[in-house]
Design a protein around this ligand. Structure first.
Ligand SMILES: Nc1ncnc2c1ncn2[C@@H]1O[C@H](COP(=O)(O)OP(=O)(O)OP(=O)(O)O)[C@@H](O)[C@H]1O
Ligand SMILES: [Mg+2]
Length: 244
């Protein structure tokens, strides 16, 4: 297995606050990695740095050995990196199908965009809502649309930021099946999620963060039992997220 993504001493400061602190890890091609940590641990900020939405204050991010830091956002997407957002922001007035056509157009996709957008919607189980304005979608369907918009860029590496937040148990089950299928198709995944039980069904490795730093990295059960992880979760302020 070859290394796809490397975070090398990634640090992001906001004024006096170090949101991400010297984070180093690498992800092998085809892996599925969970990223956990209490609210404010730095997970979304790290995602931003790994995907070109933000620049680290110091450190490097490499995809197949090549630094992403000097690349424009669209080049990062072109080189195979996509992400979803914790707060979903589709174009509310556009139909679901058009929402998926936008990233296809941006990516310079050739051929019949409608057919291709329908194909992507089909993969996430949203083809039946293709004509609906996205403002009419349920939370679960919005998460699926968000996934479809990321998949439209044909990513090799997909970063999901709290894909299960706000979803029912049934919706989590359906989305988990979609994520498993992506993985079976060869997509490398990094998933931030507070719903640990559901996350552990999807990943074979967990990286835990606390106050910007990695405090554990390895086999999920071992990481969940790690005293530093237990302390970070139980010792912090009461989280607003469910932990099941
Ligand atoms: N643009 C910003 N400017 C200033 N501070 C920021 C900015 N973005 C994030 N932070 C701070 O950085 C820290 C890490 O935030 P981040 O959103 O990465 O945490 P998180 O692990 O994703 O949390 P959650 O689980 O609640 O989503 C927090 O203290 C946050 O307030
Ligand atoms: Mg976050």
């Amino acid at each position: 297995m070859s290394v796809l993504l490397e975070a090398d001493a990634v640090t992001r400061r906001f004024g006096g606050l170090t949101a991400v602190n010297e984070v180093t890890f690498s992800v092998e091609e085809g892996a599925a990695v969970g990223l956990i940590g209490a609210n404010g641990a730095g997970k979304t900020t790290l995602f931003n740095c790994l995907t070109g939405f933000d620049k680290p204050t110091s450190g490097d991010v490499r995809l197949r050995g090549k630094s992403l830091l000097k690349m424009a956002r669209h080049k990062v997407v072109k080189s195979g990196v996509a992400r979803t957002f914790q707060i979903v922001k589709p174009f509310p007035d556009l139909p679901v199908l058009a929402n998926v056509m936008v990233p296809l157009i941006a990516g310079g996709t050739k051929g019949d965009l409608r057919v291709q957008a329908m194909g992507v919607l089909d993969r996430v189980g949203l083809a039946h809502r293709a004509a609906s304005p996205s403002s009419q979608l349920s939370e679960g369907d919005l998460k699926r649309l968000e996934m479809a918009r990321a998949l439209a860029t044909k990513p090799q590496l997909l970063l999901l930021d709290e894909p299960f937040a706000g979803l029912s148990v049934a919706e989590i089950g359906v989305l988990s099946d979609t994520i498993r299928q992506l993985r079976a198709d060869g997509t490398t995944l990094i998933v931030v999620e507070h719903k640990i039980g559901s996350l552990l069904q999807l990943v074979e490795r967990v990286v835990a963060m606390d106050q910007g730093a990695v405090i554990a990295d390895g086999e999920p059960q071992a990481v969940m039992r790690d005293p530093a992880v237990v302390t970070a979760y139980l010792g912090g302020e009461a989280t607003t997220h469910e932990q099941h």
